[in-house]
Ligand binder design. Structure first.
Ligand code: NI
Ligand code: MN
Length: 225
């Protein structure tokens, strides 16, 4: 099983069975992504919320593939009207997909389509696949119920926003990583725009001060989970 990072909050999980799951595929306009959206294949796309830097190229990719978009119902209804295949998953709910289980958890954030249409709540996703548990926090501020997530799941990989302004900053994210008891924390949502500029090495150091191992993924780097 592999995890690939495209910069910002865009990741791809490829299972040993060859199922591709994209998360927040913001590729077009993402200065760190070298891949073209049209080249990406996915059986499933998880969209944490409808902001343009997360919904990204979901429709472009889903159009070319037989993709199921996993998102909160209010966003799913909009995508269904556009003709896309969706799976409605609400915060607190989980569902078993062919690749494994996904649970949506809270994210302290907003959500609306790029044109301003209401798109429900913002979410984070806990993905259990291939014997590993991956938490993609979406866009969120720090909140105490991350401790509850750690009670419910053993998090192997926590993908956490560190850029501040719209989300947690690197210090908050390091505390989150410790609350989550993450075996490995990976920073995301930084340096894409001027207001979220931060040296991710500061996150790694802060996480280590909390006793959590962290690792910066390179852009377009793929690691084995
Ligand atoms: Ni957002
Ligand atoms: Mn964002």
């Amino acid at each position: 099983m592999t995890l690939k990072y495209f910069g910002h909050s865009a990741f791809q999980i490829t299972t040993d069975g060859g199922i591709s799951i994209l998360i927040d595929p913001f590729i077009t306009g993402n200065p760190f992504a070298k891949t073209k959206a049209e080249e990406l294949k996915a059986e499933f796309i998880i969209v944490t919320h409808a902001h343009g830097d997360h919904l990204g190229d979901a429709q472009v990719i889903a159009d070319k593939n037989d993709t199921t978009i996993i998102c909160v119902p209010e966003l799913a209804w909009i995508l269904q009207e556009e003709g896309f295949k969706t799976h409605e998953l609400q915060i607190g709910g989980s569902y078993s997909f062919p690749f494994g289980d996904v649970r949506f958890v809270k994210a302290e954030h907003g959500s609306a389509m790029p044109d301003g249409r209401y798109a429900g709540l913002a979410a984070g996703a806990i993905i259990s696949t291939g014997g590993k548990t991956i938490y993609h926090a979406g866009d969120t501020g720090l909140y105490g119920d991350m401790k509850l997530t750690a009670e419910l799941y053993e998090i192997d990989y926590a993908l956490l926003p560190i850029g501040g302004n719209y989300t947690m900053d690197f210090k908050d994210a390091a505390l989150a990583a410790s609350w989550l008891k993450a075996k490995l924390a990976i920073p995301m949502h930084f340096n894409t725009f001027p207001v979220i500029e931060v040296d991710p090495a500061k996150f790694v150091q802060a996480a280590e001060r909390h006793g959590v191992q962290a690792r910066i993924m390179g852009f377009e780097e793929e690691i084995t989970l």
